[in-house]
Design a protein around this ligand. Structure first.
Ligand code: GLU
Length: 550
């Protein structure tokens, strides 16, 4: 156990949490749990322009749904949404506690004004509430000569780019090469600067990246990595609105929150050298870094939103929550999206994963998001669950979104939709045939309503001239059964007896019977289906089919 291990998940609330973001959170969580350390959630909400209101709630709810409860961070999930998600997950979301801590909440005009509850003593855990720290450290960097004030307008910078653009350097940077030609505290005279200050001119603070240096560091996933400072621009640290950029805020907070390991996606690797420089200039020890492999689409290339959409892969965690994916399946799948236990085991419990997890076995090359595999995990975990429990989830799902393809529910459908035994029966019959909870309703629509149409192919194949007479005989026999006798085994016995007496194959009766009752040529166990539908419903459907199909 190592209480010095402190990791963080630091999402920006700019949109719904991406499934790749959940993997980052998961790896941080696993690393913390494996080492007996602390898992921190920090909301990086300094980009006011890209702030999305519902994004933060979505992040909190998604983490709660996945069971990745932060030890420190914002502790509130808005109550109305908490109820619906708690329903959906068997109460998981309730585990988020509302603990009040004494934190030095600033009165900044961040995106998250108002009272906040936090768990942990390193708060506030919203960057918008930590503004004074960033400006203080930016000042420190200016004072020590590692940063400077820049007064250039967007047009001036654009003008510089145009002027210096060459085929070899199509996008000239604001850097050691160009900064001396710009309007900043390195080039302006004392007097000009004084005037600008008096005018209240807008400025940004830029990092003074040294020229001709190599910045090496050891990445836990990638091994030794190094970047040339000549490739870096003089990164803006503090924007004109006084808000820090990601780089400054991230470094200041990781330091102040005593983060020991930074575990994040590979897309941040190129930012790491800027961060390393910042740590050096601020006189701080940088955390150990680990950049997780990119998530790739099965058809190649990064799994972008657009690509995922094209390939029918849901990318927002909210989609997984709404479609009631199995939490254990998603966790198991995401764990293996970049990490391996070192042998060919695939089904792993959270306990096993936590015990065995190490960054050393995270791969360098892109991890392919094999959606079919995810469905395979989902089937596996779903089939292991109690039928009554799944029935209750189905009930909640119908309450939430009705039945597929229906505007509203009839009285009968409503009664069935709140009959737990009936839904559990459906689950039993369909369990081996579906991979996701909503598919029970897609595959089992006929349980709620008699078929309005009959599958043409199946009718052609199975509904022959002698079928109506045979169906009628069977119908009359089973109509005489009392409720207790209307069971799958008895229904099967009667059918077997009939086909044997008539010297025909099983299918002669099974096939048209299925079509008549369900409308389709294939489906779950027929006798179980008849039993669940009940005598009156089955005989009614047979009568209707006989009328329609002749
Ligand atoms: N706010 C960044 C993000 O949205 C955090 C990156 C990091 O972990 O340093 O992913």
């Amino acid at each position: 156990m190592n209480p010095d291990v402190r990791v963080r998940f630091a999402p920006s609330p700019t949109g719904l949490l991406h499934i790749g973001g959940l993997r980052t959170a998961l790896y941080n969580y696993l690393f913390a749990r494996h080492h007996g350390g602390t898992f921190v959630l920090r909301i990086e909400d300094t980009d006011q322009a890209r702030y999305v209101d519902e994004a933060e709630q979505d992040i909190l709810k998604s983490l709660a749904w996945a069971g990745l409860h932060p030890d420190e961070g914002p502790a509130v999930i808005s109550t109305d949404e908490k109820t619906s998600d708690a329903d959906a997950t068997g109460g998981e979301a309730k585990n988020i506690s509302r603990i009040d801590f004494d934190t030095d909440i600033e009165n900044g005009q961040g995106a998250m004004d108002g009272e906040m509850d936090y768990k942990g003593t390193f708060g506030p855990y919203h960057q918008s509430r930590r503004r004074s720290r960033y400006s203080m450290h930016a000042q420190q960097l200016v004072d020590s000569g590692h940063a400077y004030y820049a007064y250039d307008t967007v047009e001036e910078i654009e003008h510089m780019r145009e002027r210096l653009r060459t085929p070899e350097n199509p996008n000239p940077k604001y850097d050691a090469q160009t900064r001396m030609q710009m309007r900043n505290s390195l080039t302006l005279s004392e007097q000009d600067l004084q005037e600008l200050v008096e005018e209240g001119a807008e400025y940004v603070v830029r990092l003074k990246v040294p020229q001709g240096e190599t910045v090496p560091f050891e990445d836990m996933v990638r091994g030794p990595v190094s970047f040339e400072t000549d490739e870096l621009d003089d990164q803006v640290l503090l924007k004109a609105d006084g808000m820090p950029t990601y780089h400054l805020a991230n470094v200041v907070d990781d330091h102040e929150m005593k983060i020991s390991h930074v575990i994040r996606g590979e897309e941040w690797l190129s930012s790491a050298p800027k961060h390393i420089l910042l740590y050096r200039f601020l006189g701080w020890e940088p955390p150990v870094m680990a950049h997780l492999p990119l998530i790739m689409s099965p058809s190649g290339g990064k799994l972008s939103k657009r690509k995922a959409e094209e390939e029918g892969i849901p990318v927002n965690v909210r989609d997984y929550r709404r479609d009631r994916y199995e939490r254990d399946a998603v966790i198991n799948f995401l764990t293996l999206l970049g990490w391996s236990p070192g042998d060919d085991r695939e089904l792993l419990t959270l306990e096993e994963i936590t015990r065995e997890f190490s960054i050393g076995r995270v791969g360098k090359s892109g991890a392919i998001f094999d959606f079919k595999k995810l469905l395979w995990f989902n089937e596996h975990y779903m089939r292991q669950r109690d039928e009554g429990e799944l029935a209750e989830e189905l009930m909640a799902l119908i309450r939430e979104r009705g039945l597929p393809g229906k505007e509203s529910l009839s009285e009968k459908e409503q009664a069935l939709a709140s009959d737990k035994d009936f839904l559990a029966g459906m689950v039993r019959l369909l369990k081996e045939r579906v991979s996701r909870l909503p598919e029970f309703l897609e595959a089992g629509g006929f349980f709620f309503e008699a078929p309005a149409q009959f599958d043409e192919k199946a009718v052609k194949k199975g509904w022959k001239e002698d079928t109506p007479a045979r169906i009628t005989r069977y119908r009359d026999q089973i109509a005489g059964l009392d409720d207790a006798a209307f069971r799958a085994d008895e229904l099967k016995r009667i059918l077997t007896e009939m086909v044997e007496a008539e010297g025909v194959g099983f299918g002669k009766l099974m096939m048209p019977l299925r079509v008549a009752v369900t409308g389709a040529g294939s489906g779950p166990d027929l006798f179980g289906t008849l039993e669940l539908l009940g005598r009156d419903e089955v005989t009614g459907r047979l009568d209707a089919a006989l009328q329609k199909l002749g």
